[in-house]
Design a protein around this ligand. Structure first.
Ligand SMILES: Nc1ncnc2c1ncn2[C@@H]1O[C@H](COP(=O)(O)OP(=O)(O)OP(=O)(O)O)[C@@H](O)[C@H]1O
Length: 235
């Protein structure tokens, strides 16, 4: 079976400024893989390139063995890639239920309705079904953004800094929920982060990114050694 995600020699630029340089990265079925790096390292750019908001200047992005070149972000979502951008991007004037309904639009498997699962993983969303998203806390909006991707029944979830603007105890809760849904639903996860706790709580293994390049790959044991990974982060 091919990896769920395979980036080979991927470079990307804004105008003529190269930001992502020759990135090789794979994510196997069922894994939770992190990419850690400081502000400006290129993590969001990597996510945008994988989901198709930015065309690579060179290299190949493959999803489940298929080259994604020339496909739009919508087509990639329909193929089973769920993307949770930095800053969450929930619809503030829509209720929790309505936000989830938007996410369901990309669900390819009509037999598999994941609303109940979302409300089980995130009970606060169940309690606030009719509340407008814009009135909820950062952590609750993050849960909603994850829920909205989840009801689309993704094989691969791409998460861009889910810890940002969320209080530490809620970051921990969200990381735990993500591990649970990975184990129970089999959803593969690639996340980018600079929060040490979220990286240690979530990742099976992790790539380190500096100035647009992958500079190291860190396995599960080394991940628990704070000193070993702190140099890659802004701590
Ligand atoms: N739309 C854009 N146009 C031009 N340059 C950009 C754009 N977005 C990001 N950059 C630049 O690309 C580099 C990488 O940015 P990116 O947002 O990918 O980093 P990051 O690792 O996600 O950082 P952060 O944690 O701050 O989000 C930075 O130097 C940034 O200034």
């Amino acid at each position: 079976m091919p990896p769920v995600l395979d980036c080979e020699g991927v470079s990307a630029a804004y105008d003529s400024t190269l930001v992502l340089r020759d990135v090789d990265l794979t994510v196997e079925d069922g894994e939770i893989v992190g990419v850690m790096g400081k502000n400006g390292a290129g993590k969001s750019t990597l996510m945008k390139t994988i989901i198709g908001l930015l065309e690579p200047a060179s290299g190949v992005v493959r999803y489940e063995g298929t080259d994604l070149a020339g496909t739009t972000a919508d087509e990639r979502a329909n193929a089973g890639i769920g993307y949770i951008p930095q800053g969450r991007d929930v619809f503030p004037d829509l209720t929790v239920e309505e936000n989830l309904l938007v996410g369901e639009g990309v669900n390819r498997d009509r037999e598999r309705d994941l609303y109940d699962a979302v409300y089980d993983y995130f009970p606060i969303l169940d309690e606030r079904r009719t509340q407008k998203a814009g009135t909820m806390s950062g952590g609750q909006q993050q849960m909603l953004a994850i829920g909205r991707a989840l009801v689309g029944n993704p094989d691969l979830l791409l998460l861009d800094e889910h810890s940002e603007g969320v209080q530490p105890s809620i970051v921990e809760e969200i990381s735990e929920n993500l591990r649970e849904l990975n184990a129970e639903l089999g959803t593969t996860v690639l996340f980018v982060e600079q929060n040490l706790g979220a990286i240690q709580d979530m990742a099976d293994r992790c790539y380190a990114m500096e100035r647009g390049r992958i500079v190291d790959e860190v396995g599960p044991e080394e991940l628990q050694d704070e000193d070993a990974i702190a140099s890659y982060l802004a701590v």
